[in-house]
Design a binder for this molecule. Sequence first.
Ligand code: FES
Length: 201
Amino acid sequence: MSNDKQVDSGRRVLLGATCVAGGAVGLGTAGVLVSTFQPSEKAKAAGAPVEVSVAGMAPGEMKTVEWRGKPVWILKRSPEMLASLKSTTDDVADPNSERNPGELTPDYARNEYRSIKPEYLVAVGICSHLGCSPTSKFTAGPQPNLPDDWAGGFICPCHGSTFDLAGRVFKNVPAPDNLQVPRHMFVGDNLIVGKDEKGEA
Ligand code: FES
């Protein structure tokens, strides 16, 4: 059964902020809780892999699901979107996903599309600067707050970091790294986020 959960953009911002705040609280109290803490069924469910049907997604369509309290984007890229990545390669900071590969890009996504199947981008929608959730800007061309040669991608409204349609961060923006590609795998028409052939994240 599908476990789709649509998350609107306002919710995504909240999720990003909650993630950062929750991490700080968790670190501060871990020592106290370690002997008595038992994760609830709800907490276990929140950490479990999420299964999403990608059947019927149209080119250019994006779904957002929640995994471990974070928004995960699934973008079905059109041929034009895939072609745009050729034009952005020279302008992004880490075109081959060589930074923090263990954390940010699984080996099977360390390619020009940062994906298993070129048409599907699967990425955690949290900016690598301070944890806001970027906004999709798929329309190419000149527009406010974006360069005139914009090829489509994402902009983080917090401090203006931009990412291309593979989640690669552009040079000279506050965000230091590409968006995280979580462990994932396809089983038929379903995408599983948080798990791959090697195990769970
Ligand atoms: S949090 Fe994204 S640019 Fe600052």
